[in-house]
Design a protein around this ligand. Structure first.
Ligand code: NQM
Length: 303
């Protein structure tokens, strides 16, 4: 029994996803997912903007095995603030099969950063989605960026598509590899060749240190699950085709803050061959790229 009551409109993760017909290649990485709590053991942060249901590491491993993934990258979600204990607990229990992206404050010590690295953290997340966080000052983020660069970590950025013009110069000033969550959350009702998505494509084209997750069709789609989120495919396909060595894929389990429906994780896996139609593109997306970013840094051995 959790000490927390989830939000009244909270949708729980899918209890029985379908088995995907698409068979993932051996060694595939789910490079964007979260753990929540359990709240009783790892309390949610006082400054959080939402209270989720629990989504434990063991439930994440069960999904990994059911879908056919080998590894996970667990991204710290804002409901845990900069308290990375649930994340670190999951990494420590993963037998080397999970890596993490943490949230840190400037006050973190070098020893604490080193301990996160030892646990398997390889990046920090800067979140600019206004419904999720209060704005953070750029100069503070820049100081964090220059410290984590020393550890050979990267920065994951999360923002809404319409905010990119305002954030563009800050993003391109970052000194590390930068990974964009969910293709920068494009409005897929707008044209692929329109100014909004083309600015994102320019960001990727002009800055070789930028990577993108081609994730979250369920968040971006207007078509929705009954039409298999097909309106997202041209966007994801364009990103994979053009930047095949800098793309990642993730389930986004347990799908925080979904309001319209809870996706079937098996259905999300079925979309991978639409995003990455060839075996070679699938290998890069699911294995080569995430392994390079998360399992080939200082002190890494392949589990
Ligand atoms: O899984 C995601 O990327 C999406 C989230 C939650 C989140 O990122 C967070 O709380 O940090 C969202 O859009 O509500």
């Amino acid at each position: 029994m959790s000490n927390f009551t989830k939000d009244a409109d909270w949708l729980d993760w899918h209890p029985s996803p379908s088995k995907p017909v698409y068979k993932l290649p051996a060694g595939a990485v789910d490079a964007h997912c979260h753990v929540f709590g359990p709240g009783e053991q790892f309390p949610f942060a006082p400054e959080r903007k939402y209270t989720p249901c629990d989504a434990s590491k063991d439930q994440l491993w069960a999904l990994r095995d059911f879908l056919g993934f080998s590894r996970n990258v667990i991204v710290q979600a804002t409901c845990h603030g900069a308290d990375n204990r649930a994340l670190v607990d999951a990494l420590n229990a993963s037998q080397g099969l999970a890596r993490g992206v943490a949230t840190v404050k400037e006050s973190i010590t070098d020893a604490e950063l080193e301990a996160l690295h030892l646990a398997g953290v390889r990046g920090v997340r800067f979140n600019f989605v206004k419904r999720l966080v209060d704005a953070l000052p750029f100069d503070s983020l820049k100081r964090i960026a220059s410290r984590i660069k020393e550890l050979d970590w990267h920065i994951v950025i999360y923002f809404e598509g319409q905010e990119l013009p305002e954030l563009y110069d800050f993003f391109t000033s970052l000194p590390t590899t930068v990974v964009v969550d969910h293709m920068g959350r494009p409005d897929v009702s707008k044209p692929l060749d329109g100014p909004e998505f083309q600015l994102f494509m320019r960001l990727m084209r002009d800055n070789e240190n930028f990577w993108s997750k081609v994730s979250c069709p369920e968040r971006l789609s207007i078509d929705g699950p009954t039409k298999h989120y097909l309106d997202v495919v041209p966007f994801a396909h364009a990103v994979v085709e053009n930047f095949s060595d800098r793309v990642l894929w993730g389930t986004d389990w347990p799908h925080p803050n979904m309001k319209t429906h809870m996706p079937d994780d098996g259905q999300l896996v079925e979309m991978i061959p639409l995003f990455a139609p060839s075996i070679e593109l699938q290998r890069k997306l699911l294995i080569d790229n995430p392994m390079r970013l998360y399992w080939s840094k200082k002190g890494d051995t392949h589990a």
